[in-house]
Design a protein around this ligand. Structure first.
Ligand code: MG
Length: 351
């Protein structure tokens, strides 16, 4: 495995000699190492320690979800979306999978000197279109301009606030042996679409980014599943493999999946085979993974499949008592393999 071969990079040199590598931004093992070694100790508090998609905060009788994300995708425009749609949908999705109704967003822009107005206004139009579609407003923002060459065209940072109903309780501690794992659709579409657009190579069969707001799908899951919903997450950077490893590690449970049950578009599979990627490691921007109690599976799957963003929802595995903290997959050939946190940097600047 290409990304496992890089695990030696984790070995720390003297702290004063260590530098940030691209793989620290991968969403995989190196990102986790950076967060646990440098970022968490700097700000340590119980809410941050949950390392969830959004912080869940109590304000009087109201529960709020609060999240932030930076977008540096290259190229800015790709099949299925652009940095603007990504920046709005991504933050909406972190709120949605936390069980929140997204309400307000902020947007900060870091702009490179010389960027044509036409490009910036196209990005802003995409942001507004995505916000209106999801029923949220962008109510605060900031703009900074840096000299030519000191940033690449434009970077976008969005933060978001949503409200969580009191009855909603989600978290890895709720995961129970026998729970089923459902993914809402095909994996790897976003990462491959951006890579194809960046490298300008052609594939047999077009691949579009799956960027989409998941708030309706998530709300439907919560409505149909009630207390049978354990945890949800959007498997973005680091892909499904990272999300499942995060679940297994924080729940101290094993996760077992059937590789053939994971939906993958043929064109994405072909691109992954060609490039030596594992589709489980490739980013998604409009998919969610949900862990559910067995008795809730049928009603949740029915509801998901009635929504366009969940039409291809599938049960891909379950929570097991053995091998706590690890994810294993049964391959198409019937062998078992360990699904690691991706360790290298497969695809920099994917979102
Ligand atoms: Mg997320």
């Amino acid at each position: 495995m290409k990304d496992r071969a890089d695990s030696s990079r984790q070995l720390p040199g003297p702290p004063e000699e260590r530098r940030i590598q691209l793989s620290h931004g991968s969403g995989g093992g190196m990102s986790h190492a950076l967060i646990s070694e440098l970022i968490l100790p700097a700000f340590d508090n119980p809410e941050l320690r949950r390392l969830a998609d959004a912080a869940c905060l109590n304000l009087g009788d109201t529960r709020l979800a609060f999240t932030t994300d930076a977008y540096v995708v290259d190229p800015l425009f790709f099949p299925g979306g652009d940095i603007g749609t990504l920046a709005v949908n991504g933050t909406i999705n972190d709120l949605a999978v936390s069980g929140a109704t997204p309400l307000w967003l902020s947007a900060s822009l870091i702009i490179e000197e010389g960027l044509p107005f036409s490009i910036l206004s196209a990005v802003l139009a995409s942001m507004q279109k995505a916000a209106q579609y999801a029923g949220v407003q962008i109510v605060a923002g900031d703009t900074k301009v840096v000299p030519r060459g000191k940033a690449d065209k434009v970077f976008v940072i969005t933060s978001g606030i949503g409200r969580i109903e009191r009855s909603i309780q989600l978290g890895p501690e709720r995961m129970t042996v026998g729970d089923k794992i459902i993914v809402s659709g095909t994996v790897g579409d976003h990462g491959i679409a951006v890579l194809v657009a960046r490298e300008a190579f052609s594939l047999s069969g077009a691949v579009e980014s799956d960027t989409a707001p998941l708030h309706e799908l998530a709300a439907g899951i919560l409505r149909d599943g009630g207390t049978g919903i354990r945890i949800m997450r959007d498997p973005t950077r680091g892909g499904l493999a990272s999300t499942l490893n995060e679940f297994a590690l924080s729940a101290h449970k094993g996760i077992r999946i059937e590789e053939t049950a994971v939906p993958v578009r043929p064109a994405v599979r072909a691109a992954c085979d060609l490039l030596g990627f594992d589709p489980l490691n490739v980013a998604n921007e409009g998919k969610l993974v949900v862990v559910v109690a067995p008795e809730a599976v049928e009603s949740i799957l029915d509801g998901m499949r009635r929504h366009p963003l969940g039409a291809e929802a599938a049960i891909i595995g379950e929570v097991t008592p053995d091998r706590p903290g690890t994810v294993t997959a049964r391959t198409a050939l019937g062998a078992w393999r360990l699904v690691d946190l991706p360790m290298g940097e497969l695809l920099p600047r994917i979102c």
